[in-house]
Design a binder for this molecule. Structure first.
Ligand code: SF4
Ligand code: ZN
Length: 259
C-alpha cells in the first residue's frame, strides 16, 4: 500500500482506529525509505463530542512529532455539521460522510499527500457491505473503487481493513494508548449502529462471519466489474471534482440543502 517516498496523510479523528493506525505507521516508519506521515483531522463541528477527540489527536501528533492539519466544516462548507443538520438529524451520517470525504480530499491535496490512509477496520468494512446490501445499493461498491483508482483522486488506503475492532483495542491497551472518548450524539440515528450490533452477535456465535462477508464482497465486485460498466468518469459541473454523473455528491447535497 505504501511506496518509497510516499507522503501519507493519515485521517486522524482522534478515535481508537485512527489512533492505532497512526501509532502503527509511525512505528513502521524507520523501515520505509523516505516515507513521510502527516495527520489530517476534520472538525465537523459536533458540540460535546469533537472537542475531546481533536484534543486527543493534537496530543498524539505532538508526542510523535508528526505534522498535523485540522480542517473544519465551517471553513469549507460555511457551517458546522450541527448547523447543517438542523431538522435533518436522521440523515446525519450520510451527510457527514459525504462532506468529510470531500474535506479529507481537500486536506490531503493541500498537504501534498500521495496517499490518504484511513482507519477503517474489518468490522467497519463488513458493516458497510451489509448496509449496501440492505439498501439495495450494491453497485456503489464498484462505482467507488472505480473512481478512486481512476488517477483523479489521491489513492486511499485502508491498512487496518483486515484487522478487527477487538485486535485494535488490544493493540491500544498494549501500547498504553487506550482512552475512553465520548460517542457522537448522532450515532443513535445510524443504521450502522444496528448493523454493528447484529454483526458482532453473528461474529461471536460464528467466528469468521466478517471475513466471509468481505470475501463475498470481493467476489461480487470482481464479477460486476467484468460485466456492467455503464458510466464514464466525468467532472462535476459545479466544482470540477471527478464523479460519475453531472454533479458530485457534495454539490448534489449542497443543492438539496438549499431547497
Ligand atoms: Fe458523522 Fe455519523 Fe460518525 Fe457522527 S456517527 S461523526 S454524524 S458519521
Ligand atoms: Zn461538485
Amino acid at each position: 500500500m505504501i511506496d518509497p517516498q510516499d507522503r501519507v496523510a493519515v485521517a486522524l479523528s482522534g478515535g481508537k482506529d485512527s489512533t492505532a493506525l497512526l501509532l502503527l505507521l509511525h512505528h513502521l516508519l524507520p523501515a520505509w525509505e523516505d516515507v513521510r506521515l502527516i495527520a489530517i483531522t476534520i472538525d465537523e463541528g459536533i458540540a460535546g463530542y469533537r472537542e475531546e477527540t481533536i484534543q486527543s489527536a493534537e496530543q498524539l501528533t505532538c508526542r510523535l512529532g508528526i505534522e498535523h492539519h485540522c480542517i473544519s466544516f465551517t471553513s469549507l462548507f460555511g457551517g458546522s455539521l450541527d448547523t447543517i443538520l438542523k431538522g435533518r438529524e436522521k440523515q446525519a451520517c450520510s451527510i457527514c460522510g459525504i462532506l468529510r470525504k470531500k474535506a479529507l480530499a481537500v486536506g490531503a491535496r493541500l498537504a501534498g499527500a500521495t496517499k490518504l490512509a484511513t482507519g477503517h477496520n474489518l468490522d467497519d468494512e463488513a458493516q458497510s457491505v451489509l448496509m449496501n446490501v440492505f439498501r439495495g445499493d450494491l453497485p456503489r461498491l464498484v462505482r467507488n473503487s472505480r473512481l478512486e483508482s481512476s488517477g483523479k483522486f489521491i489513492p486511499r488506503i485502508k491498512p487496518l481493513s483486515l484487522v478487527s475492532e477487538k485486535e485494535i483495542a488490544t493493540y491500544l491497551i498494549l501500547n498504553d494508548a487506550w482512552r475512553e472518548l465520548p460517542e457522537c450524539p448522532y450515532t443513535h440515528y445510524a443504521l450502522r449502529r444496528e448493523v454493528r450490533s447484529m454483526l458482532s452477535g453473528f461474529e461471536y456465535k460464528h467466528p469468521g462471519t466478517m471475513r466471509h462477508l468481505m470475501e463475498s464482497k470481493e467476489k461480487i465486485e470482481r464479477s460486476y466489474k467484468g460485466s456492467v460498466m455503464p458510466e464514464s468518469i466525468r467532472s462535476c459541473r459545479e466544482c470540477g471534482d471527478p464523479c460519475s454523473g453531472d454533479l458530485c455528491q457534495v454539490c448534489i447535497l449542497r443543492q438539496s440543502l438549499e431547497r
